[in-house]
Design a protein around this ligand. Sequence first.
Ligand SMILES: O=C(CO)[C@@H](O)[C@H](O)COP(=O)(O)O
Length: 227
Amino acid sequence: MAQINPSILSADFARLAQEAEAVRGADWLHVDVMDNHFVPNLTLGVPIVESLARATDIPLDCHLMIEQPDRWAPQYVEAGAGSVTFHVEAAAAPVRLAREIRAKGARASMALKPATPIEPYEDLLPELDMVLIMTVEPGFGGQAFLDIMLPKIRRTRELIDKHGLSLWLQVDGGVAPSTIERCAEAGADVFVAGSAVYGADDPAEAVRALRAQAETAAAGAPWACKH
Ligand SMILES: O=C(CO)[C@@H](O)[C@H](O)COP(=O)(O)O
């Protein structure tokens, strides 16, 4: 089943609780954490995640676009994140970090920037609950989807299936009605959408429509029959 995770980077930060309510029915709320070092933007930290976790019952999917995720990721679990994604380019010890996130009770996920291939990390897959393929350069919402990432989504799906794993495959960046079907056909099953959801007149309806599009596209994909 396709999951749609609205990115609060495109929401009004002064009204986060209401913005979470506006996407009721979403599977997770995607929380973009940026430190102005790993990416050229600065967003929100642990105290805001703590408050948001208290303000909504939608589980939080925290995407750490930060240096030193080994130091910070456990604190996001303690703040209430149900899933924590670290960038493999920034992690000093990704296996130890994934195990620590899981031991603390959250789902562990590894993200790859557009220029980072999946193949060197094949052996790490059993340690993870999700892989995030960035479909824009991380740092900002509202960028155009990078079509050249579709082969990497396909290869990642093949590796997941080759190892008989059930981990989720998330895509993030430029996901919209015009791109979500290609992502689903390539093998993604979790879709982050910022501007396509929060820029819509009815964000909750946008979530439902994106999910329906992804599910229809995935139903016809060759990898779908294996699930
Ligand atoms: O991580 C990021 C950007 O770095 C994303 O989560 C964006 O926030 C998605 O926004 P849209 O591309 O969907 O507008």
